[in-house]
Write a protein that binds this ligand. Structure first.
Ligand SMILES: NC(=O)c1ccc[n+]([C@@H]2O[C@H](COP(=O)([O-])OP(=O)(O)OC[C@H]3O[C@@H](n4cnc5c(N)ncnc54)[C@H](O)[C@@H]3O)[C@@H](O)[C@H]2O)c1
Length: 310
């Protein structure tokens, strides 16, 4: 059994990953500053180091002796990166470089692999559909630029320092534990709670904007598969389904699942809101031998009940 460091392991995606790793019998250390992470998300058997991922001492302490790192800590919000540009940059890019640097000598002075979260935000206003990994990256937000920077530093980590990495460009991830009370949270968690409570739903624009929604159970499976495959080089994959869902379709399915109808309130589209964001999962499938397994119905039911499907 292995020992893994999960940065951001008290957050939405990181805590599901930590659960899975503990369930598989591994040892898990979490490094999290608890800015959006929650203590109740932490698996009982995981060790928690409360610290900042951009603080070299904290990372150095947490990483010693591990067999690999899952790096998920970030300020996971485009909007926050607009409001707190320099501060989010420190976490989202400097934090990643700090992790890559510490990974150089984590196990008896030798490098360990890092599997890390990038984002579909690196594509920015590229309207190609579906987006392949070799599509031009034109990030519009500081968040997207920093995630692209992580990928570029991953090349340096491998080419100069021998740290193997796998990066995943997550599309819109959803599932249990995503915080609906945060205005920065994903649209599904917000819609799901409002529909379940019979409250009005606000849509920015006409609701025909299309997204590629990925269930968190699929994300966790690919993170683990990437580590098991022993990363070589500095590879990057879309983590997406390739299936388009408009916000109106999403609302329809949620209303059916909850057997409730809610009022739709439309507000003007937000500046910079991308109309279509669909990934091409071909590279993911070809490399890992499978694509995402969870369909929208199954994923949304799990989100509403809070129960993770097996
Ligand atoms: N949720 C999505 O749809 C989505 C899409 C694309 C990429 N991502 C990426 O996936 C990763 C996980 O996102 P999430 O949705 O679980 O978000 P989250 O906010 O639930 O989790 C992020 C975790 O990182 C921690 N953290 C933040 N700043 C930190 C710092 N300076 N030091 C240590 N810990 C810190 C937070 O406390 C939290 O526990 C992030 O890297 C995010 O950018 C998420």
């Amino acid at each position: 059994m292995a020992h893994y460091l999960v940065t951001g392991g008290c957050g939405f995606i990181g805590s599901h990953l930590a659960d899975r790793l503990i369930g598989d019998g591994h040892r898990v250390t979490i490094l999290d500053d608890m800015s959006t992470g929650r203590l109740e998300n932490k698996p009982l058997l995981a060790k928690l180091v409360v610290g900042d991922v951009a603080d070299p001492d904290a990372v150095h302490q947490a990483i010693q002796g591990v067999d690999g790192v899952f790096h998920l800590a970030a300020v996971a919000s485009v909007q926050r990166s607009r409001e707190l540009w320099a501060e989010t940059h420190r976490t989202n890019l400097s934090g990643t470089v700090t992790v890559f640097e510490a990974a150089r000598s984590a196990r008896n002075g030798t490098p360990v692999p890092v599997v890390y979260a990038s984002s579909a935000a690196v594509y920015g206003d590229n309207t190609a559909t579906p987006l392949r990994e070799d599509a031009a990256t034109r990030p519009l937000s500081a968040y997207g630029v920093d995630k692209l920077g992580c990928e570029l530093h991953a090349n340096v980590a491998w080419a100069i320092h021998g740290v193997p990495t796998t990066g995943f460009r997550f599309f819109n991830v959803y599932g249990p534990r995503q915080d609906p009370s945060s205005p920065y949270s994903g649209v599904i968690s917000i819609f799901a709670r409002r529909v379940a409570q019979g409250e009005d739903v606000t849509i920015f624009g006409d609701g025909e904007q299309v997204r590629d929604f990925v269930f968190v159970g699929d994300v966790v499976r690919f993170l683990v598969k990437a580590m098991e495959r022993r990363p070589q080089g500095a590879e990057v994959f879309n983590l997406c389904t390739g299936r388009p869902t408009s916000l109106l379709m999403l609302l329809e399915v949620l209303q059916e699942l909850c057997a409730s109808r809610v009022r739709r309130l439309h507000q003007p589209a937000r500046a910079g809101d991308i109309r279509v964001s669909i990934g091409d999962p071909a590279r993911l499938r070809a490399t890992f031998g499978e694509g995402c397994r969870f369909g929208l119905l199954q994923g949304l039911s799990a989100t509403l009940t809070g129960e993770m499907p097996r």
